[in-house]
Structures are given as C-alpha cells and as structure tokens.
Design a binder for this molecule. Structure first.
Ligand code: COA
Length: 300
C-alpha cells in the first residue's frame, strides 16, 4: 500500500469533501486553487484517507481549519505527515505563522494534541469557555420569574431601533470614555438577530446591550456582545445585566419552535462573566467546554 500526499486543486478537492467537517464540504466541492484555502489530501492506493485544510487569513498568517484521517487508518502517522506537508505548502505561499482553534471535547483530542506536539506546535492553551443548550423554560431560572423590568430611569429597547446618531455616539464613547474600555467597535454587530437583540438606555444614553446572532444550520441563537457599563453593574438589587438577559431569554423562549438552541462563550480572562455564567446559566447547559488554541512559526 502506498501513501501519497498531494496538494489539492479544483479537480481533486471534491473527492476529499467527505473528509471535511460538514460546514467546510461546500468549499471543497467548489475549490478554487487560486483562492484563500490550501488543502493537502492523503490517498492510499488512490483512495482518499486523510485531509488537512487551512485558510490564508492575512498576507503572512493562516488558520488550520480541519485535519481528519479515516478511523481505520489512524495511528499510522498520516495526520503528522499531512500537517508537515501543509506547513511546507504554506511556507511556499509566504506564510510565516499558522494557528488552530479546536474544542477540548473532541473524542480524538489526545491524538490531535500529539500530532501538533510531534510537528513542533506550541502547547495548546484553553482560552474560551463555551456554553450550549436548549433554551429553557424561563421561570425555571430561579432568578428570573419574569422578564425583569429595569430600575427607574433605565429603558430596555430593541437594538434594531437604535438611531444612527446614537450609534455614532456609542462609537465616539468607545474611543474616548474609559468606562467603555475593552469594548471594540467590531463587537457592535451588524448581523444581529433583530427580535432578540436589546439595548439599555439610561437618561437617553446607551449604557448596555446584548446582541444575539442566528446560526441557522444549528437552529441556534448565539448570545454575544453582552455589555453593561461597569459603574452601573451594581446599581440595584436586580442587576441591569440580569434584567437585560432575562428580556433576551423571554424573547428567545417565544421563538423556541423556530430557534430551540442557545449558545454563548466567555473568555477565560473574564472572571466576572465566568462567575455570572456559572451561577445563572451552567445548570441549564447541555454542553460546557473549552476552546483551545495552538500555533507554530514557520521557517521563512
Ligand atoms: C486527530 C487525527 C487527525 C489524528 O490522525 P492520525 O493519523 O491518527 O495521527 P498520527 O498517527 O499522525 O498521530 C497520532 C498520535 O496520537 C497518539 N494517540 C492516539 N490516540 C491516543 C490516545 N488515546 N492516547 C495517547 N496517544 C494517542 C498516537 O499514538 C500517535 O502518536 P505517536 O506517533 O507518538 O505514536 C485523527 O484522530 C482524526 O481524524 N480525528 C477526527 C477529526 C478531528 O477531531 N480532528 C481535529 C479537529 S480539526
């Protein structure tokens, strides 16, 4: 049996599509050799048994998207050879750095981390805690008997109703007001789900928000871009954060037939939000896991 590794092109890539994760298969079926993807396939006696795929993100950086070997052929060094071959191809395209992100709950995590170590990648580090579940019946949350009204002086509003001058003012505050430090313009999503994304005003000033984004293929509402101005977080017995989130969850509950699942993630550095999530959300999640990342500098 002879193992052959080859750089995939428009003609060969479709044969390897079944070896990619489902969301990546369409890109292999319509693979463009001159595009931003680099793929290496492994065949044994002309039969595809392994695939590695990376995206060129930046003139000199790339991201490992997928590495897969058919179960019957694992443990024979094929993934390690595929990765080495990919790195060589990336170097040839002027790439000096490759990074990868993967969940720590993958069944073959040990094998993957061993492959990375054998190929000289950095030790994988967890950086994000991910929460997934089905939107629960809101009164099951002990702290949420109803969609909590914010205290007097505050108003919760649909983010879709935000005016252009308000948006401009928020962007100005992100750049100049230290109470918004660490919030980036990029987190003010434009692809938010309009029925469930909410903002919080205090005397006409936007002081918080919770955006959601629809992931149609998973019928999942991803809660992201959650923020309440730090000086207002302990403003009242019921926190403004709880009030915002409860309103989002009640709206989501109303859409449960259409979007039954929810998900969100918290950076491991964000101790405040981790505590909040552990207390209020973890009991309702079906999966809680970490994302890990690793990388390698490639020889020029
Ligand atoms: C991860 C994966 C690509 C590895 O493929 P592979 O061809 O078996 O990898 P290799 O043979 O090159 O290396 C695997 C290494 O892990 C080791 N290994 C595998 N399972 C192990 C286990 N349970 N405990 C300890 N070591 C293990 C092997 O012994 C080997 O190390 P060695 O060469 O020092 O003996 C393969 O398991 C796979 O396709 N998994 C499913 C897809 C996936 O989850 N991909 C990652 C997300 S992108």
């Amino acid at each position: 049996m002879s193992l052959i590794l080859s750089l995939l092109n428009t003609a060969s890539a479709p044969f390897f599509a079944p070896l990619a994760f489902p969301h990546l298969r369409p890109t292999l079926l319509k693979f463009d050799s001159a595009g931003d993807l680099v793929a290496v396939g492994a065949t044994l006696d002309n039969w595809p048994v392994g695939l590695v795929l990376a995206r060129l993100n930046h003139p000199t950086q790339s991201e490992l998207l997928s590495i897969m070997v058919l179960p019957a052929y694992r443990g024979k060094g094929i993934a390690s050879q595929l990765l080495a071959s990919l790195e060589k191809a990336l170097s040839g395209r002027g790439i000096v750095e490759v990074n990868g992100v993967f969940p720590d709950r993958a069944p073959t995590l040990v094998a993957l981390e061993r492959v990375l170590a054998k190929n000289g990648w950095s030790l994988p580090q967890s950086f994000l805690r991910v929460y997934r579940g089905q939107v629960p019946y809101p009164p099951d949350y002990p702290w949420m008997p109803g969609a909590l009204e914010p205290p007097e002086g505050f108003e919760i509003f649909p983010w879709a109703d935000l005016s252009q001058p308000e948006l401009a003012e928020i962007k100005e505050r992100l750049a100049t007001d230290t109470r918004y430090r660490g919030v980036f313009v990029g987190t003010l999503k434009e692809d938010f789900e309009p029925r469930t994304s909410l903002g919080l005003r205090c005397e006409g000033v936007v002081v918080g928000w919770c955006f959601t984004r629809l992931v149609p293929e998973n019928r999942l509402l991803y809660y992201e871009g959650y923020f309440v101005r730090p000086d207002l977080r302990r403003f009242s017995r019921i926190s403004l954060g709880q009030s915002l989130i409860s309103n989002v969850i009640y709206r989501h509950w109303d859409l449960r037939e259409e979007i039954p699942n929810f998900g969100f993630s918290v950076e491991l550095e964000n101790r405040h939000m981790l505590r909040f999530s552990a207390r209020y959300f973890e009991p309702f999640c079906r999966y809680v896991y970490h994302l890990k990342r690793a990388g390698k500098m490639l020889p020029g």
